[in-house]
Design a protein around this ligand. Structure first.
Ligand SMILES: Nc1ncnc2c1ncn2[C@@H]1O[C@H](COP(=O)(O)OP(=O)(O)O)[C@@H](O)[C@H]1O
Ligand SMILES: [Mg+2]
Length: 383
């Protein structure tokens, strides 16, 4: 029941993001309210996480209210360069800079992908003869939760490049109607702080293939393409654009053509699943686990890295509840009790995982996977 709610929630959330992406605040508001309603229902159903869900519901209601306040059809600002707003853009863009602490070792499996990405990034940033033109853009595609964001963070972490972490739907919603301006400022700041990597997650939000594409989305995409094109990769001033999507078939030809290097990030195979379990159980005793069996079951269930990570947290929680019965005692968990609560641990057991497996479902079907593989075969670029 709970998982039904959660998958509905995920669906509405996706639709909300899509609606924002295509610049449809009314639909987005509607979906935000639906998300809030589901979270409230969950708050009733899962007493242990009541506060948690209510808090989330509230933030969705807030998002809905903000959309209401927005003019339905914003007037394009053209090239007005009001000092105030320029500053505001800069502040926002500088806020996108993140320091990555992710290393290649935090990513299980994907050995070929890591190598390919590391090579291409190195190629882009290395000193080279003028005749060698670096790639300006790299596309990562594959099912959700397979590590695309992680890979981008690791790529940035491995270089001393300034890393701008951008979510396309955020850009479109935050500066609704003026997101194209924001993209220009983003590239301007990235050049100033070069060498830089601009990572645009969920780049499919900038697609024009869908119905009812808003003018703002159209302009934003045009600006992005122009920024990528207009850029001469001159040495130190290099800016690499890394984009990721879970729905590569939604991307426009114009965008795809700027990303000749397309890297498929697939679901983990058995070996990768095993590595991901190891990463997410670091520091705990796993000697009693049959990692082979856990990996096999994860693959059979079409788990992504995210689901395997969730599986591990769930198993770890089960272990903790088992040896710390006081965790069920709400009284003790209130502020006074927490300070002297010393958590005990025991080795992880297969039973912890068996229980966790029952709770975690992959959102994917075999058919979905085939769709990725087919796209990879047809358009997959140099993978
Ligand atoms: N290959 C992997 N190795 C380790 N953890 C992973 C891997 N793939 C996914 N995860 C876990 O799942 C989470 C979500 O992954 P993310 O990179 O955001 O996926 P994507 O961007 O492809 O949707 C990560 O933060 C990490 O905890
Ligand atoms: Mg991601």
């Amino acid at each position: 029941m709970q998982s039904l709610h959660l998958s509905l929630f995920e669906e509405f959330k996706r639709k909300y993001e899509r609606a924002l992406g295509r610049g449809d605040p009314e639909a987005a508001r509607d979906y935000a309210l639906k998300c809030a309603r589901i979270l409230k229902a969950l708050a009733e159903k899962v007493p242990g996480k009541r506060e948690f869900y209510l808090e989330k519901a509230e933030s969705w209601e807030k998002a809905a209210r903000e959309l209401e306040a927005r003019p339905p059809s914003p007037v394009p600002q053209g090239n007005t360069r009001g000092a105030g707003s320029e500053d505001e853009y800069r502040t926002y863009v500088e806020g996108l800079i993140s320091t990555s602490t992710v290393t290649w070792n935090d990513i299980g499996g994907l050995h070929e992908v890591k190598k390919l990405l590391a090579q291409n990034v190195a190629l882009a940033f290395a000193k080279k003869p003028e005749a060698i033109k670096p790639w300006r853009g790299i596309l990562l595609f594959g099912p959700p939760g397979t590590g695309k964001t992680l890979l981008a963070s690791a790529a940035a972490g491995s270089l001393k490049a300034t890393f701008f972490n951008v979510k396309a739907s955020d850009v479109l919603s935050k500066y609704y109607g003026e997101s194209s301006k924001l993209i220009s400022v983003l590239y301007g700041v990235a050049k100033e702080k070069a060498p830089s990597i601009i990572f645009i997650d969920e780049v499919d939000a900038l697609s024009l293939k869908r119905e009812n594409v808003h003018e703002a989305t159209r302009r934003t995409l045009a600006t992005l393409l122009a920024e990528i094109d207009g850029f001469k990769g001159d040495g130190e001033k290099f800016v690499l654009t890394l984009v990721a999507t879970n729905t590569p078939w939604d991307l426009d030809e114009a965008l795809l053509s700027r990303f000749p290097v397309r890297i498929y990030v697939p679901l983990p195979d058995k070996e990768a699943a095993r590595e991901i379990v190891r990463i997410h159980t670091r520091g705990l005793d796993t000697s009693r686990l049959d990692l082979e069996a856990i990996a096999e079951e994860s693959v059979r269930r079409l788990y992504s890295g995210r689901e395997i990570a969730n599986l591990c947290s769930m198993a770890i929680h089960h272990m903790l509840e088992d040896v710390n019965p006081e965790l069920a005692d709400l009284e003790r968990l209130s502020s006074a009790g927490i300070k002297d609560l010393q958590l005990k641990v025991r080795p992880l057991e297969m039973e912890d995982f068996e229980i966790a497996f029952k709770k975690i479902k992959s959102p994917l079907t075999k058919k979905d996977i085939e769709r990725y593989e087919k796209w990879a075969e047809e358009f997959g670029g140099r993978n």
